[in-house]
Every structure is written in C-alpha cells, then in structure tokens.
Design a protein around this ligand. Structure first.
Ligand SMILES: O=P(O)(O)OC[C@H]1O[C@H](OP(=O)(O)OP(=O)(O)O)[C@H](O)[C@@H]1O
Ligand SMILES: Nc1nc2[nH]cnc2c(=O)[nH]1
Length: 178
C-alpha cells in the first residue's frame, strides 16, 4: 500500500474512496427515510466536515437546509482538550430538526460541548451524523445516530481531516503509520 508523507509523519490508506462514498450514500438514504416528513437543518462543523457534508448532501432527496459552525480544539495529532466556538450560529434553531454533521468524534469533548450549546437554543430535535467515530477514545459518550465507520484509536487524515493544516484534500481516509 502506498505510503504518503505529510509534514514529519507517514500515512497509508485506511478507507478507500469508493468504500467511503458508498457508506456516505447509505447514511443519506437513512436520513431520507427518517426525515421523510420533515425539513432538517444540517449544521456542519468546520473545518473537517466540509467534504463529508458535501458528499452526504448530494444524496439527500428531502428538502433540507445547511449552515456552518466552526469550532477548533486540536493541535497536531493530539487534543488540547479545550473546545472553542470560533464561528457562532446566526440561524434561529428553535423548533427546528437539527442534524449536526461532523467528520470525526474522538474524545467526544467537541460534540458534548456543541450539543449543550445547541440544545440550549430549544430545537425540536437534534441528532448527530459523523463520518468517523473512535469508540475507544471517547471519554464523553454522546448519542451518535448516524456513524459512517467506527474505527480504532489511531490518528487519521484525509477527506476533510488534517494534520497541522495539510491533508484535507486527500480523497480517502489515511491512518498514521506508527
Ligand atoms: O471528539 P473530539 O476529541 O473533541 O475531536 C473531534 C473534533 O476534532 C476535529 O476538529 P479540529 O479541532 O481538529 O478542527 P478542524 O475540524 O478544523 O480540523 C473534528 O472535526 C471534531 O470537531
Ligand atoms: N486529523 C484528525 N483530526 C482529529 N480530530 C480528532 N481526532 C482526529 C484524528 O484522528 N485525525
């Protein structure tokens, strides 16, 4: 398997593009069925979710809206443990059916913090769709309704996910070669 270098680290392919996009289409089909009589608002968490949400949205057939929120806590390949809300939400989400879109749930800190902030605004419902989940790394359990892949506790890269700013453009998911 081809190994690539990003900054000082090496990565190999973990989930190829076809497998990834097939699974994302499946998640979209589930959302289409679950929200057939509703008009959800997708709140995509920047930066990492931009490719996932674009791919997901292409397969959504229901009427739906999208907005973006930006939070950031990671530096390098570890977490700072501090979740900052960098770009706030302007939309009124009261009585809306909200689906939070994430690229990855790792420790769960980001999602727990976001969920708290969004729930305080009294939406009708809030669910989470994440492309990747690391169950072994999760410290704060959150209810993840739509999960692309549950993966082991290894640093991953690509399809929106970065390593110090680089790698987001990679068309599939890579994992760190230890
Ligand atoms: O479950 P956690 O341990 O909180 O980690 C998950 C968060 O980490 C990543 O964001 P990051 O802070 O790297 O920002 P980015 O999306 O801009 O890359 C990812 O997009 C999640 O938001
Ligand atoms: N790129 C990247 N960002 C993350 N944020 C939380 N976990 C990860 C990870 O494994 N890779």
């Amino acid at each position: 398997m081809a190994v690539i270098q990003v900054h000082d680290k090496f990565f190999d392919v973990f989930i190829d593009k076809e497998t990834l996009e097939h699974r994302i289409a499946y998640l979209a089909a589930e959302i289409n069925a679950d929200y057939s009589d509703r008009q959800p608002l997708l709140i995509a968490v920047l930066n990492g979710s931009f490719l996932f949400v674009a791919e997901l949205m292409k397969s959504l057939k229901i009427p739906c809206e999208i907005t973006f929120i930006r939070v950031s806590s990671y530096q390098g390949t570890g977490t700072s443990g501090v979740v900052k809300q960098v770009l706030g939400l302007n939309e009124d989400i009261r009585d809306r059916d909200v689906i939070i879109i994430e690229d990855i749930v790792d420790t769960g800190h980001t999602m727990a913090e976001l969920l708290g902030q969004l729930t305080a605004r009294k939406p009708r419902s809030v669910e989470i769709a994440t492309m990747l989940h690391k169950p072994e790394a999760t410290r704060i359990p959150v209810n993840l309704k739509y999960v692309g892949f549950a993966i082991e506790n290894r640093f991953v890269l690509g399809y929106g996910l970065d390593y110090d700013g680089l790698g987001r453009n990679l068309p599939c998911i890579y994992q760190l070669v230890e």
